[in-house]
Ligand binder design. Structure first.
Ligand SMILES: Nc1nc2c(ncn2[C@@H]2O[C@H](COP(=O)(O)OP(=O)(O)OP(=O)(O)O)[C@@H](O)[C@H]2O)c(=O)[nH]1
Ligand SMILES: O=C(O)[C@H](O)COP(=O)(O)O
Length: 221
């Protein structure tokens, strides 16, 4: 399978599970952090699989476990050539999908346990035509939790602290008027999980979700 048929694809960059969620290290064991990262990724992949507006979805990762999770759900595993950070991973995916002829690429992180297929479809439906960028910030307005670009290499990636303002300015500098969505309209996209308090506040997830089941097991520290 490749992107030659066009359409909008989604990619989730995934750090090796053993290196993930360092900001939770003061509160949670390495085993719990890995289980949490895995559960959140499963929930994101379930939403991507259910979305109707995507041509397909992928992870880009060097972690075979994460790669298999995507493949088992009908997605692709782009094997990351070298683990060098989120921006190089997103760029590698964009180059790959661009070369394959994808019309667009949605880059989203794996730590959005509340994201829904409906939100993904709403984002795609309101995306502009031609050269376009759509963005959703994290709740605090600092990070970028959804970056949808058409074509996939329409602009470079600038993830990291303050990335939302940089992505917005980066698009404008290229003459693209970015579609900036209110985080309140996309609560699942806006809610990434970085801190122990954000984990503890995860009491309102859909009960059947992987993350809700992990947290309900009480297996938390
Ligand atoms: N493929 C790939 N994905 C990455 C890399 N670094 C971060 N990511 C992913 O990018 C998204 C946002 O990650 P971060 O918030 O930077 O890292 P994190 O592991 O979630 O949390 P911290 O370790 O606490 O910063 C997650 O889906 C990560 O798995 C990388 O080097 N390669
Ligand atoms: O904008 C970003 O850099 C990514 O969404 C990651 O943000 P985070 O480090 O706040 O999770």
């Amino acid at each position: 399978m490749n992107a030659k048929t066009g359409g909008i694809w989604a990619v989730v960059p995934v750090k090796p599970f053993g290196l993930a969620k360092q900001r939770l290290a003061s509160a949670f064991t390495p085993i719990f952090r890995q289980e949490l990262v895995r559960a959140m990724l499963c929930d994101v992949l379930a939403a991507l699989r259910e979305a109707r507006g995507l041509a397909g979805f992928a992870v880009i990762t060097a972690d075979p476990q994460a790669g298999r999770l995507a493949r088992d759900r009908g997605g692709r595993w782009l094997i990351e050539s070298e683990v060098r950070g989120l921006n190089p991973a997103a760029s590698e995916a964009a180059a790959r999908f661009g070369a394959e002829g994808a019309a667009g690429l949605l880059v989203l992180p794996g730590d959005l346990p509340a994201v829904t297929a409906g939100e993904i479809d709403a984002l795609i439906s309101s995306h502009g035509s031609g050269r376009a960028a759509s963005l959703i910030a994290s709740q605090d307005g600092d990070g970028t939790n959804a970056l949808l670009l058409s074509p996939p290499q329409a602009m470079g990636f600038a993830f990291g602290p303050g990335s939302f303002a940089r992505h917005q300015a980066g698009a404008e500098a290229l003459g693209i008027v970015p579609q900036v969505h209110e985080s309140a309209r996309f609560p699942g996209f806006a809610r990434d999980i970085d801190t122990p308090d954000e984990v503890r506040r995860l009491t309102d997830l859909r009960p059947g979700s992987h993350t809700a089941r992990l947290l309900a097991s009480g297996h938390c520290s």
